[in-house]
Design a protein around this ligand. Sequence first.
Ligand code: ZN
Ligand code: ZN
Length: 384
Amino acid sequence: MARRPDYYKTLGVDKKASAEDIKKAYRKLARQYHPDRNPGDKEAEARFKEISQAHDVLGDPEKRKQYDSGSGPFATGAGPGGGFGGFGNFDFDGASMSDILSNLFGGSTSGRRVRTKPRAERGADLEAQVSITFDQALAGAQVPLQVPMRAGCPTCRGTGAKPGTTPVVCPRCEGRGIETQGQGMFSISQPCSRCHGAGTIIEDPCPTCQGTGAVNTIKRIRVNIPAGVRDGSRIRLAGKGEPGRNGGPAGDLYLITHVEPSPLFTRKGDNLEVEVPLTIPEALRGAEVKVPTLNGTKTLRVRPGTAHGTVQRLRGEGPPKLSGAGGKQEKGDIHYRFVIDVPQNLSKEQESAIEELSKTLDGDPRAGLFAASSSRETEAGDAA
Ligand SMILES: [Zn+2]
Ligand SMILES: [Zn+2]
């Protein structure tokens, strides 16, 4: 029976070698014995297979454990002819192949891809800030905007080549955009070092854009701001961003809206809020008060005994809702928050009237604060 192969010896590492050490040893040996470096050398090829097989086992923690314990499919290691002959059937399947290559060169391989013309690229997405008034935010508006962006160079029409000249086929890759090293199954492809994958090079760069094909410009556009936007809303304008290259689609433009605050209304989500001051008698006895709306005024009935902070709402009088998908646009509400207007100074007459009132309104509204706990009452007494 054939001896099972010593994978540690194959890689030249200790049995206690770390995963990192095994990887290092494998890379070094794989480079050394790679068939591309040793064309026609059967011995090197066999050695390369042994190294790959050893790494396949020792590089996998699970397989390595099985191998170390002497169990698993590697325990016998038999093969015709003994020794390392067992590896004659070692199969370079697709997975281990790309594994080997990416281990060696730190990247994927794309040998089959042949590029005949420059790749179409989508333009970049842009962001712009737009300031509008409170009324414009409610009604919607069309605003002019100047957006700085990179756009196709007008001198060379985006080719990057000086007018009268054209980009020429890259002599290094002959227009394929990729370079191939090695031969047969071990060939490695990577983007062409001369043209960086474009397949063409520019011999006389355009003086306007220095051969980049694009220039900085300011595009003037008019944008429609939908009714109902808020301060900080983000609006996507599809296709209004940077133009694409080589026939690619344009990017999108995102508008961030800044809405001037209203002196009267405060935006609260889909609704607006207004503070409505009430005099003390109005709060006590009730009243009919005029309040502002977005289109004029309305009258609200204030109930007798209205507390400070009470909110009354007028439904559907608020700003349009942005989310209204098709059909008629829904509107938010206006919330009227009543605040009791407490005078800072009293006339003699008012003072005597309050004096009279206090004789009848002489209950203790704070009694409930102390009823629950007697210990709290003690603390309050101590603090006084
Ligand atoms: Zn140009
Ligand atoms: Zn090239």
